[in-house]
Write a protein that binds this ligand. Structure first.
Ligand SMILES: Nc1ncnc2c1ncn2[C@@H]1O[C@H](COP(=O)(O)OP(=O)(O)OP(=O)(O)O)[C@@H](O)[C@H]1O
Ligand SMILES: [Mg+2]
Length: 392
């Protein structure tokens, strides 16, 4: 009898690969569906290249059909991203309770042995980074109406995270690759709640954040001050990208046009904002509405975080429930104003050691740039040790 009790107390759970001591720790976690590693391995054909749909800073993403028929995007978190089962499940428990039309649904996760895998609803039409801004332009036609719906959908999803979910969630990584599109081109924000899953000392974090440089509010990138208003800034950059159909940084353009926000401000001052709207629309758009969206982008990216509207106000501005007051628009905050930051080609070997903050860019075949950190000293404030501030 006692032998049985001993065995049962320490039995390995086939889903968590853990002992019942760990099971006890996670017994308070009710809402998370736990997948076994065996099942996820089977549905992705042993995490094969053929089933791989992408790779980001957190790790690789695979497609697979789950038991029951649902298609899932299976994100295998990289080694640095792995934290203890309890901490991990506590965060996952929060994320998996969140449901909104404009947020990617988390089905569950796998925490077997040292694996940390997230299982999401699969979105058929990839991300805005690949379809609207990507080098391999997809077949999707982004009409003005579609862009309008996408902007408002993303705004609503973010407003929900900021203002409806308790405690509020600061996304921290709003950018085109984290906006996925379903079969009807309804936008869904992905990767919310993940920031807290990454241990502070994870080495890839600074590189990931640097890869997002053009979206980062300066007070967060430089001061580490993370508030909902930092997300509003990133949303503003995204909004301008969607209307203009180009990335926030494009080093193939003439110098005065390389930085999208700078360009937007310049055209705003010259009352020529309409010149920024994506030429691939062939003039088939509501010019007044498109310029209004660009102005809202400027409102969101203002230097002083307090001047930026809340996301629920942004949605009202976008839908026309509130009018845009030009007097409220001030110059955008640009990270390049705050640092000796130059986007340029890969450094020569002589250069690599000399610059304290080295940011390089790689361009795709439309000239859209991805910034990445090549310096050793980028990590200082650009990690997720940011200060959370709920005061806004
Ligand atoms: N739920 C999903 N449905 C369909 N495709 C997805 C899904 N989640 C991710 N992907 C694909 O996998 C790619 C990699 O996603 P991932 O979130 O790991 O990286 P990222 O968003 O590109 O960069 P980062 O890690 O910096 O956020 C995405 O660009 C997208 O193409
Ligand atoms: Mg992502």
């Amino acid at each position: 009898m006692s032998c049985f009790r001993f065995l049962s107390c320490n039995k390995v759970d086939s889903r968590t690969g853990s002992t019942s001591e760990v099971d006890e720790e996670i017994s308070g976690i009710h809402n998370v569906k736990l997948f076994s590693y065996k099942e996820l391995k089977a549905v992705t054909e042993d995490f094969s290249e053929a089933n791989k749909i992408g790779e980001g800073g957190f790790g690789a993403v695979y497609k697979g059909r789950l038991k029951g028929g649902k298609i899932a995007a299976i994100k295998v978190l990289s080694a640095e991203s792995r934290q203890g089962v309890k901490e991990f499940l506590t965060e996952i428990n929060v994320i998996s309770e969140i449901e909104h039309e404009n947020l990617v649904k988390l089905y569950g996760c796998c925490v077997q042995s040292n694996q940390r895998i997230l299982v999401y609803n699969y979105l058929e039409n990839n991300s805005l980074a690949q379809t609207l801004l990507g080098g391999n332009r997809s077949n999707i036609q982004f009409s003005w109406q579609t862009r309008y719906r996408i902007c408002i959908g993303v705004g609503r999803g973010l407003a929900y995270l900021h203002e409806e979910v308790q405690p509020h969630i600061v996304h921290r990584d709003i950018k085109a690759s984290n906006i996925l599109l379903d079969k009807d081109l309804t936008p869904k924000i992905s990767d919310f709640g993940l920031a807290k899953l990454i241990p502070d000392n994870a080495t890839h974090v600074s590189t990931r954040v640097a890869g997002t440089l053009g979206y980062l509010a300066p007070e967060y990138a430089i001061g580490g001050r993370l508030t909902r208003k930092a997300d509003v800034y990133s949303f503003g950059v995204l909004l301008v990208e969607i209307v203009s159909g180009r990335c926030n940084t494009n080093t193939r353009l003439p110098p005065e046009e390389q930085y999208l926000l700078e360009r937007t401000w310049e055209l705003y001052e010259r009352k020529e904002l309409v010149g920024l709207v994506d030429t691939s629309l062939n003039g088939d758009f509501d010019a007044e509405e498109a310029c209004k969206f660009l102005k809202i982008g400027l409102l969101c990216t203002q230097d002083n975080p307090k001047r930026r509207p809340s996301m629920s106000t942004v949605v009202k501005l976008l839908t026309g429930e509130i009018g845009v007051n030009d007097n409220k628009i001030s110059k955008p905050a640009l990270i390049s104003d705050f640092m000796d930051l130059k986007v340029r080609g890969p450094p020569t070997s002589a250069e690599t050691k000399s610059t304290s903050y080295n940011v390089t860019s790689s361009s795709d075949n439309r000239g859209n740039s991805t910034l990445s950190s090549s310096g050793a000293s980028t990590s200082g404030t650009m990690t997720n040790s940011a200060v959370y501030d709920q005061s806004f």
